[in-house]
Write a protein that binds this ligand. Structure first.
Ligand code: ADP
Length: 191
């Protein structure tokens, strides 16, 4: 099994590369952001709750997010592995993921961090907001708040996975194909 965590600030290309990795290695892609957006679109109770946090550029509470993630893993059987995109985003989510994985006899193969500077990410996000209509991508204050959330809550996870020798940094600047190739090279080395 290959179980990958994709890390990176908003706009770093997690979604794009996850789509590619999913096809290339036949993995199940779980994006917590996509799951929340689907719930919001379908106006579920869960979506309404998530929306109030997402609209401010903040994180949805851990308990809700963890439950949603575990549920998604549990409904997929006999798979080659998972790509976790946008999860975990806090230490408490990482700990919950570890103990859940242990309980079902699985483990994380690697945590891959896509690295890019804020100025480049801001440009990508504003462009994405114009194309997709995502409201959290259309306001520079919301974008900066998400960077801030990343720096304070998510970035400490790099140390957490590094101490387990599971962290791999990938340069997230370049063409989509260049970054794909960097990922293939890395995964071929570690799998
Ligand atoms: P991006 O990484 O581009 O900001 P995502 O699509 O991954 O976008 O997530 C969008 C929003 O969904 C986040 O800003 C956050 O509010 C919420 N979210 C996604 N994943 C999590 C998570 N693991 N924990 C808490 N909130 C989350």
């Amino acid at each position: 099994m290959i179980n990958l965590i994709l890390f990176g600030k908003p706009g770093s290309g997690k979604g794009t590369q996850a789509e590619f990795l999913k096809k290339n290695y036949n993995l199940v892609h779980i994006s917590t952001g996509d799951l929340f957006r689907n719930n919001i679109k379908n106006k579920t109770q869960f979506g309404l709750l998530a929306k109030s946090y997402i609209d401010k550029g903040g994180l949805v509470p851990d308990q809700v997010t963890i439950e949603m993630l575990i549920n998604q893993v549990n409904i997929n059987h006999d798979v080659n592995g998972f790509i976790f995109d946008g999860f975990p985003r806090t230490i408490s989510q990482a700990e919950a993921l570890d103990s859940f994985m242990k309980s079902i006899n699985m483990k994380i193969t690697a945590t891959i961090s896509l690295e890019a500077e804020d100025s480049i990410l801001e440009e990508r996000l504003i462009k994405r907001g114009q194309l997709s209509g995502r409201t959290d991508d259309q306001d520079i204050d919301k974008i900066r708040n998400r960077f801030n959330e990343y720096n304070t809550k998510t970035s400490p996870l790099k140390k957490y996975y590094n101490s387990m020798n599971k962290l791999f940094n990938i340069n997230g600047i370049g063409t989509i194909d260049e970054i794909k190739n960097r990922l293939i090279n890395l995964i071929n080395q570690i799998k």
